[in-house]
Design a protein around this ligand. Sequence first.
Ligand code: AMP
Length: 316
Amino acid sequence: MRRFRSTLAEPVALVPTMGMLHQGHASLVRLAARRASSVIVSVYVNPTQLALGEQRAYPVNLVEDVGMLQRLQEELCQEDQGYGTIKAVFAPTDQDMYPHGTDLWGGCCSHVVTSPRLTRGLEGKGQATHFVGVGTICLKLFNVVTPQLAVFGEKDYQQTIVVRRLAEELLLKVEIVVGTTIRDADGLAVSSRNVFLGPERRGVAVVLWKALKAGAAMYQSGQCQRRTILAACKEEVLREQDRQNLRDLSDRVNFDLVYFGLNHLQTLEDIEEVEVAEGALLSGAIQMLPYERIKCLEDVQVSDRMSVRLIDSLVL
Ligand code: AMP
């Protein structure tokens, strides 16, 4: 990778992904190509940022990923405006990235402790190792690829703040660029994890976006209190849960609310009242649970038995 990198026209942009590429990833690649001559897309399911069960279940399809990038490359090559193109897909193995193993807490390998203040809440809460894994893999990828810029999605807003701070504090020569969230027609943020949902759970999963929009509507109506904004989000969730509870057991889609958060856009501190001039981050996570009772044995997919964590955010 280093030898290849030294032949590339600069600036070089890196788009780090965990594969199972979708339109959200494609939009980040397009953004990278507008800013850099050479784009490198990394595809690596980073075990240290995932819970154990998730590591085993995370969807992988490198052949389709490369096919999708080839189609995107054709589109980029047609752009007649001096845009960059994809120069490589970097798909390392665990052995490449973690030669001494992936058991961060077992003491086997060096790792990056990202700013605790930025990582103790939201996605860091109850997933203590998550951002250590994110920070560690980003630093490794930056060291291998040495990009001038790295592109991340706003959907994982906290991640963009954590990685930007990491780059700043560890004096890395990389600019962190953030792309907007791509959504399906009904508003659900596109995600690699959506493939596990199946049509019924997929239909209900949009409740997360609807809840965030309900919170945003409350803010737009002039309400700036945390209590009021988050109550509007929770109400949307409760309404959907009530609707599901009225359904037959075999049709019912269960999900748990993990959190809704209202946080400062840079420090990620909890906000009690939004300063209109400053805005705020409104974010949330839900856990889509397995079906209580499976209708028909032939229809059972392994994925139907999996619980799927979805996150989303919007900037007020
Ligand atoms: P992942 O493969 O899920 O680790 O995501 C790789 C990058 O794509 C991250 O920077 C994500 O924030 C970004 N991403 C994921 N979903 C979307 C989306 N729907 N729209 C834009 N970017 C996304």
